[in-house]
Design a protein around this ligand. Structure first.
Ligand code: NAD
Length: 493
């Protein structure tokens, strides 16, 4: 598209400048952006130094913060509408970037672009959650003849830190809710795939987003720590692993947080579930985007009456999943983002086998495609041994799941709640009283009944309990986390 041609510098490999709150720049260390398809260099961009980043932050803080607040809400909504139109025009470029840089299949890439466009268009719904309260003071003798207006005010500058798995949608989502609430935003994309956020910056600025109120800086994680610690950053919206999230909180200190952290979800299958349909949903939940989704299914906990049939059906369906180059029409599952994660799948499989687990499918690489391609992996394990497994205690970000026969719903709930994570859970079946019980007792942010977990565009709010996070993302719902209440108290005495 014209927009992408305009800002990408052509050379041996295309060079994507970063957006420094008003200007495009290639200043800093050269950053090679690789493709997980063949691990080769797909493009380059640059990493601003910490010092440069701090001077960008100064511009966002001193100019951008005011500019975004002075842009009427209605106009911000229109800017996002125009950005959605711009993304429509850039669609084919964005799909290609997502396939090449993030290793998504065409279908997954198109899905992410469509979700991003839809999210931009729904910015108008966020506006409806920026109300405040009027509090009369007739509560006590002390407050008689006083009253207060309590309003949600923007915080100033929000730092948005992105994971690699939704490099476009997550940038859109974090920028939309932060800016609709009146905040300027400094975005740090994941090192693996910074390009979609850079293309988005182009679309936003061309659509009238106040340029000083936005920066997209492809920095190293630890360098970003120094920016987060700065007092000019008021809030952090982070999506990534629990380990990195903890590090971010240590670095950033007393700030407001939206933390979308590690997950990996259980699917509880009740004795009266429709086995074929359940298996098909579970297989999608395990394999889509090669299991590199916080909400992907990692544990199947099935009641004894359906266990054998379900096990057979899931294994059978997994064997039909085609692993390959994500650009090929027939491919269901592309590569993993890096070799390290593929190696971790192999290690986690060995660990499970050493604890009595039996590999029902996968557990190995597809070497002819590359060292970061694995077969979807299913391991059968005894309920009593599941808590000993590496993959139960740490999220393995790949298509790797355990299948477990449970004696009762209570046992399934205990196994689901026994993990340090609590993002979402799925329940399949039709026994309403069991479903209600599970929905009430599961320590998670969302329970999906008769479907695999999928946060989608966040039309329903999502976010985790326990080590899976703080706060919620979702249209309208995140406003609470990027604003703070201010009480203005009138005394008439
Ligand atoms: P990651 O933790 O490796 O990196 C996330 C981001 O943090 C990257 O941009 C990285 O550069 C940055 N970072 C690293 N060290 C940092 C530091 N010291 N200070 C500041 N920033 C730092 O995660 P990832 O591999 O990119 O993404 C996968 C993870 O994200 C999984 O754990 C997944 O569950 C999680 N995730 C969660 C949700 C959710 O909604 N809960 C959604 C998507 C992904």
């Amino acid at each position: 598209s014209e927009a992408v041609k305009e800002f990408v510098r052509q050379g041996e490999v295309p060079a994507f400048p970063y957006f420094a709150a008003g200007q495009w720049s290639l200043e800093g260390d050269r950053l090679e952006v690789r493709s997980p398809i063949d691990l080769g260099t797909a493009a380059v961009t640059a990493r601003p130094s910490v010092q440069t980043a701090l001077s960008i932050l100064e511009r966002v803080y001193s100019i951008g913060r005011r500019k975004i607040r002075e842009t009427p809400g209605e106009e911000r909504v229109e800017i996002f509408e125009r950005t959605a139109d711009a993304l429509e025009r850039m669609k084919e470029d964005l799909v290609n970037i997502l396939m090449i840089n993030a290793g998504k299949t065409r279908k997954a890439a198109e899905g992410e672009v469509a979700a991003s466009i839809e999210r931009l268009r729904l910015a108008k719904l966020d506006v409806r959650r920026i109300y405040g309260d009027f509090v009369p003071g007739d509560w006590s003798a002390d407050t008689l003849e006083t009253e207060a207006i309590v309003k949600k005010e923007p915080l100033g500058v929000v730092a948005a830190i992105l994971p690699f798995n939704y490099p476009l949608f997550d940038a859109v989502n974090k920028i939309v809710y932060s800016a609709i609430a009146g905040n300027a935003v400094i975005v740090k994309p994941a090192e693996a795939d910074p390009l979609p956020a850079l293309a988005l910056a182009k679309a936003l600025v061309d659509s009238g987003f106040p340029p000083e109120a936005l920066a997209v800086v492809p920095m190293r994680g630890r360098d970003m720590g120094e920016v987060l610690a700065d007092r000019r950053v008021a809030a952090v919206s982070f999506t990534g692993s629990t380990e990195t999230g903890l590090q971010v909180i240590k670095e950033a200190g007393v700030k407001q947080y939206v933390m979308e952290l590690g997950g990996g979800d259980p699917a509880i299958v009740l004795s009266d579930a429709d086995v074929k349909q359940t298996a098909s949903k579970i297989v999608t939940g395990i394999t889509s985007y090669s299991g590199q989704r916080c909400d992907s299914i990692k544990y199947i906990l099935a009641e004894p009456e359906v266990y054998d049939e379900l096990k057979e059906e899931v294994t059978e369906q997994l064997s039909k999943v085609r692993v390959g180059d994500p650009r090929d029409e027939g491919t269901d599952m592309g590569p993993l983002i890096d070799v390290r994660t593929a190696d971790e799948v192999i290690e986690a499989t060995k660990d499970a086998v050493s604890k009595g687990g039996k590999v029902l499918h996968g557990g190995e690489k597809v070497e002819e495609l590359g060292p970061n391609y694995i077969k979807p992996t299913l391991i059968e394990v005894e309920a009593s041994r599941l808590p000993d497994l590496y993959m139960y205690n740490k999220e393995v970000f790949a298509s790797l799941a355990a299948i477990v026969k449970v004696n009762s719903l209570d046992e399934a709930i205990a196994l689901a709640n026994g993990r340090r994570y609590g993002l979402d859970a799925a329940i399949f079946g039709s026994d309403v009283s069991k479903i209600r019980k599970a929905a009430r007792l599961l320590e998670v942010g969302a329970v999906y009944i008769n479907d695999y977990p999928k946060h989608g565009i966040g039309y329903y709010p999502f976010g985790g309990m326990k080590d899976s996070g703080i706060g919620r993302e979702g249209i309208g719902y995140t406003i609470d986390f990027v604003t703070a209440y201010k009480s203005i108290i009138y005394n008439y005495k």
